[in-house]
Design a protein around this ligand. Structure first.
Ligand SMILES: Nc1ncnc2c1ncn2[C@@H]1O[C@H](COP(=O)(O)OP(=O)(O)OP(=O)(O)O)[C@@H](O)[C@H]1O
Ligand SMILES: [Mg+2]
Length: 467
């Protein structure tokens, strides 16, 4: 694909000259514009790889244009044209992200060499990016699995939006992989060497969250005995993941909006405004539209966050991914538990395919983890999955009661019920023969005797009575 250059200069002759040089000597498609405000509109509406702009222009100067285009697409390269007298400003432009500057009047070669350097640099960035993407797959970092069309589309979308500055809103039911997607987005971005910081908006009480996010200065409130950096500062140049954003109070939403809009915030108790360079990703399982209607969520914040929307499908909507996910978790938990479980029996796969997953991928993961723990062969069987007894206590008679007991009482009660049931089954099997029962259980006869006494069980009742 051919790259595109946008050239902006208020002098028509200069524009014509630049257009001639660039169209003749480079492979770029060239667009020119004398009016810098219109140029920005053009930039918003089209994809450009390079902007060449004059510094001094009426309406909007080159620095402002540079900042505006960089905000829209940080990957765009900008070359500044400047008269000798304004070199200082040109240097400032470099600090603000311009690739290079060229002083006027310039030689044809000078501008062409600069463009060639930009092209080379862009190629390097692209290669670096794909290298990073390849690494992200290798070093065990987030592995987002899915081979269904809906997941393939989603992965493609993540790869596309990851390298941009665009804010991403991830929605989806519990356990669908929202956090994993957020991590993958960071991993595939140019910020991947910087931090990925998670703020769990549910877990932090409202009074604490502001200082947690923005930090505080010494003496800001009782207990603030020294300055503290907030998570926003921690995430500088990296990604800030606002998890469960739907749970944030309206008051905090307002402060967050300022951070998103202006890139500015104030630590609690401080008069100094700080700047943040952060990529924002937010996630929620709320229906934010409904929250807006109920006035629980600010509409303007919603639009700020919702630049890119990624909605995760429930596992039910992508059942064909279940075998793939199940094998992945099987491998993972076999490894962590040091077990040689390698396969799922066809019946187990079928059982997994034919159930509902209100807890989505996390629920599937938990089932497999438990299965691996119970599995005694190399193949995970249906019985290992314990699908029908899921969530049930082994002793139904305890069900109602258990939450009202202390841990110790609950455990004692559970154990005495276990002793009871176990001894009864043992004695039934051995026909009331205590020595045989103790043998079967692999315990001492005396010990079994004591347990029987404690449980008030008499061996007599299990003895076969002659007819
Ligand atoms: N596509 C996937 N491939 C592999 N593992 C996945 C995938 N989706 C989710 N998981 C795994 O499922 C578990 C739950 O995912 P995650 O924590 O990202 O979900 P969530 O949507 O944030 O859940 P919650 O709403 O409960 O916070 C994690 O262990 C994650 O690694
Ligand atoms: Mg989550």
């Amino acid at each position: 694909m051919r790259g595109r250059i946008l050239i902006v200069d208020d002098e028509k002759d200069m524009l014509a000259l630049l257009k001639r040089i660039t169209s003749e000597e480079t492979d770029y498609e060239v667009v020119t514009e004398v009016d810098s405000v219109k140029a920005l509109e053009l930039f918003k509406a089209n994809q450009f790889d390079l902007v060449i702009t004059d510094l001094k222009m009426p309406k909007m100067d080159g620095i402002t244009l540079l900042e505006a285009v960089k905000k829209i697409n940080p990957d765009v390269s900008v070359i500044i044209l400047t008269a000798y007298a304004t070199i200082e400003t040109a240097v400032e432009a470099i600090r603000k992200g311009a690739y290079d500057y060229v002083t006027k009047p310039f030689k044809r070669e000078r501008i062409l060499v600069t463009i060639a350097k930009v092209m080379q640099w862009q190629k390097m960035v692209r290669e670096n990016l794909s290298l990073r993407q390849a690494l992200a797959q290798k070093d065990g970092s987030p592995l987002l699995l899915g081979s269904t069309p809906v997941m393939k589309q989603l992965l493609e979308r993540i790869r596309q939006v990851a390298p941009t500055m665009a804010t991403v809103l991830i929605t989806g039911a519990s356990g669908t992989g929202k956090e994993l997607v957020a991590r993958a987005t960071h991993q595939y971005s140019l910020r991947s060497s910087k931090k990925f910081i998670t703020v769990n908006c549910t877990a932090i009480p409202e009074q604490v969250i502001e200082s947690e996010l923005f930090g505080h200065v010494k003496g800001a409130f009782t207990g603030a005995w020294k300055d503290k950096r907030g998570l926003v500062e921690e995430a500088h140049e990296g990604t800030l993941f606002l998890d469960e954003i739907g749970d944030l109070s309206v008051n905090m939403q307002t402060k967050l909006l300022r951070l998103l809009q202006e890139g500015e915030y104030k630590p609690v108790g401080s008069l100094v405004t700080k700047k943040a360079d952060i990529r924002f990703i937010a996630a929620t399982n709320h229906n934010l539209k409904a929250d807006i209607n109920d006035k629980h969520f600010r509409e303007d914040l919603y639009y700020r966050l919702n630049v890119i929307h990624i909605d995760l499908p429930s596992l039910k909507e992508r059942k064909q991914d279940i075998p793939l996910l199940a094998h992945h978790f099987l491998k993972k938990y076999a490894e962590t538990n040091g077990k040689e479980v390698r396969k799922l029996s066809p019946e187990a796969t079928q059982a997994l395919l034919s159930r509902e997953y209100p807890g989505n991928v996390r629920e599937l993961e938990n089932i497999i983890e438990r299965g691996v723990i119970f599995c005694t062969s190399g193949t995970l069987q249906v019985k290992d999955l314990h699908l029908d007894t899921e969530g049930e206590l082994p002793y139904p008679e305890l069900k109602e009661d258990i939450a009202r007991l202390s841990f110790k009482d609950a455990k004692d009660k559970m154990i005495s019920l276990f002793h009871n049931q176990y001894i009864v089954s043992l004695l039934r099997e051995s026909g009331g023969n205590i020595s045989k029962a103790a043998d079967m259980a692999g315990i001492q006869r005396q010990y079994l005797h004591r347990l029987m006494k404690e449980a008030g069980i008499d061996a007599e009742q299990f003895k076969q009575k002659p007819e």
